[in-house]
Design a protein around this ligand. Structure first.
Ligand SMILES: *Cc1c(COP(=O)(O)O)cnc(C)c1O
Length: 366
């Protein structure tokens, strides 16, 4: 029998969240970001959930090839651009839109065979200092791209370092606009600026094309605004079952390292889910979890295949009781906050050994 740990994926939640993103930027081209296997939800599930998106954005060229092979004919945006000339050739052959963040990538495009054409997103570094042309070199990059016969269209883009903070886009947006204003011909080019945080918080960033990721999966990009208050629904329900119950006398310790000790007699539920399934090992005692739909807390250390929970609020719970690690009852962002990380990482970390199953009744044709 397979272990009971499952990530149940709600395509209806993904569609709903996409409609929330659309409503933020009416008329904009919406790229649904599906990198990292659709933020851990499974690429095919992300494709199905975002079948109303204008395009899909990702970073992995093998995954882009699979999307084309599966019949996705709408645009695909490669967010980190080509990693080598072979990627550039694939982009031209499969009509992948390439982010271009450095001159070396323009060199690769310049070497494409004469009949090949690609659409590009020219990326400016607006302060994250990760990828992108410096403001002072943006004009030269635009000029070079315009002169290449292989470049069919140019969109100007940037990516915000601080969009999750109040006014966190102000300075970067100003830098981007200032640089673009100084580049001959840039005024007529379309722009793409916003990730989820910018899309949800700063109308000034809602340009021709937007690039929401985390919000589409029902996670919040903000530390202090939860997903529910943003009108988002959890797309992933990470669940398992109780596989054991222990009655522990007062004074006994629970789990590796004996880090948690029962102050009074406790009923402890043992859940078939551990860090090898993607649950964070550093989740401290007190991290929320639901048993039979009732909120309780984890106690003791998370181990590789199992974790332990306090059954005090659910006295009737026994072996076989359903457990939600995160989902609609326990927001992934709460587990993340307790564990000192962000929902993004927890979603992406759900391990390959965990089955991703589309919620019953939501599969195509059902
Ligand atoms: C991942 C990514 C996004 C999506 O970011 P979210 O915070 O998940 O909305 C947008 N743009 C770029 C360039 C990205 O790499």
């Amino acid at each position: 029998m397979p272990r009971p740990v499952v990530a149940t994926i709600s395509l209806a939640a993904m569609r709903h969240n996409l409609s929330v993103a659309r409503a933020c930027a009416p008329g904009a081209f919406v790229w649904a970001v599906v990198k990292a296997d659709g933020y851990g939800h499974g690429l095919a599930n992300a494709r199905a959930g975002f079948d109303q998106a204008d395009g899909l954005a990702l970073v992995e060229f093998d995954a882009a090839g699979r999307l084309r092979a599966s019949g996705w004919t709408r645009p695909l945006l490669m967010l980190d651009g080509a990693f080598d000339p072979a990627d550039t050739a694939q982009a031209a052959a499969q009509q992948l839109t390439l982010v271009v963040h450095g001159m070396h990538q323009l060199d690769w495009i310049a070497r494409l065979p004469a009949h090949r054409r690609v659409d590009i997103y020219l990326k400016m570094n607006s302060g994250m200092n990760r990828l992108g042309f410096p403001a002072a070199a943006f004009g030269a990059a635009i000029g070079r791209a315009r002169a290449l016969p292989a470049v069919r269209s140019i969109t100007l883009m940037t990516h915000f370092a601080d969009a999750d903070r109040d006014h966190g886009t102000d300075e970067a947006l100003q830098r981007f606009r200032h640089a673009a204003a100084g580049c001959p011909g840039a005024q007529s080019l379309a722009r793409s600026l916003a990730n989820s945080a910018a899309l949800l918080s700063d109308p000034a960033t809602r340009a021709a094309a937007v690039r929401p990721g985390i919000m589409l999966y029902g996670g919040t990009p903000f530390a202090h605004r939860d997903a529910q208050s943003l009108g988002l629904r959890a797309a992933m329900h990470f669940g398992s079952r109780l596989v054991g119950v222990q009655s522990v006398p007062a004074g006994e310790a629970i789990g590796y390292g004996s880090t948690f000790r029962a102050a009074q007699p406790m009923r402890i539920g043992v859940v078939a889910c551990g860090y090898a399934d993607g649950y964070p090992r550093h989740a401290p005692p007190g991290t929320p979890v639901a048993v039979g739909g009732v909120r309780t807390r984890i106690v003791g250390r998370v181990s590789m295949d199992l974790l332990t929970v306090d059954l005090e609020p659910v006295p009737g719970a026994d072996v076989g009781a359903p457990v939600q690690l995160w989902g609609d009852v326990i927001p992934v962002d709460e587990v993340a906050a307790a564990s000192g990380t962000i929902g993004y990482q927890l979603m992406c970390a759900v391990a390959p050994r965990v089955d991703r199953r589309v919620r019953a009744g939501e599969r195509a044709g059902e």
